[in-house]
Design a protein. Structure first.
Length: 275
């Protein structure tokens, strides 16, 4: 199956799904009523193979006290699909376009799309420093595809890092052009933490669209997934999670549930002791 990566100048499926990089959010959703409430268009999902059952029926981990509030950076890219998957898990998910929307969030997802467009808009709207503060406060942040690039402390080809939060070096467009996009089954033992009985040990069917990959992971970074040739495509560093592929474009919710366990661990640790 052909391979592909994600990034600068891409005019592919993600851009068609969430157009309008010239202003926050583009045409990927329609606002109504109070700020943050959206009516979402139907998602584009990759049908799982028979060995990858749909997991939408699985619920999110039990979250302490008040429901978790998860933001999805909604400047450009596949933010709609993340929001829909989180909402299917019963989570309060909302689009983030301005710094004020980051207030009171328990975690943030930075979606795939065009990292150059997302980065420029994030800088223009003053989002980078507030996101760094979220990370420093221990709040979980997950970057998928382009989001992985924003999290990296080093980007090859002399591209300046944006958030610079994870101790990883990444290569943009690592697998080729849009037509080289591919799918692969990945062994990810960490997902067994949230797997139901029928899911344990199953590979994760990953969708790569003009994807980056991680060329180096240092310090306290844990590698979660590799391709058969050893290429690193998923990693975690404490409260930071990064995937080179698009879990939101499948029907498998295990990665989103895994992220929610990170939120719950942080919320539990931050809760004052009653003793």
């Amino acid at each position: 199956m052909s391979r592909g990566a994600e990034e600068q100048g891409s005019q592919g499926a993600e851009e068609q799904r969430s157009k309008g990089a010239g202003e926050p959010g583009g045409q990927g959703d329609k606002e109504k009523g109070r700020e943050g409430e959206v009516t979402l268009s139907p998602p584009l999902l990759v049908s799982p193979s028979p060995m990858h059952p749909s997991t939408h029926a699985q619920k999110a981990p039990l979250l302490s006290s008040a429901p978790a509030q998860v933001g999805v950076l909604a400047l450009q890219g596949a933010f709609v699909e993340h929001i829909r998957m989180l909402q299917a898990l019963g989570v309060d998910a909302r689009p983030v376009r301005l710094p004020k929307a980051l207030e009171d969030l328990d975690g943030l997802i930075i979606p795939g799309g065009e990292s150059t467009a997302i980065g420029k808009l994030a800088m223009a709207y003053g989002l980078l420093e507030p996101i760094r503060r979220m990370a420093e406060a221990g709040k979980p942040i997950w970057g998928t595809c382009a989001g992985l690039i924003l999290l990296a402390s080093e980007v090859e080809e002399n591209v300046p890092p944006l958030l610079g939060l994870m101790h990883i070096r990444v290569r943009r467009n690592a697998f080729g052009r849009q037509v080289d996009s591919f799918e692969a089954d990945l062994a990810i033992p960490a997902l067994d933490l949230v797997a139901g009985p029928s899911e344990r040990g199953l590979p994760f069917h990953a969708v790569f669209i003009r994807a980056p990959h991680i060329t180096q992971a240092e310090g306290d970074v844990t590698v979660l997934a590799r391709l058969e040739d050893g290429t690193i495509v998923a990693a975690q560093q404490g409260n930071l999670l990064a995937t080179a592929f698009h879990p939101e474009l499948t029907r498998d919710t295990r990665f989103h549930r895994y992220f929610l366990t990170m939120l719950e661990e942080r919320r539990t640790a931050a809760r004052p002791s009653l003793s």
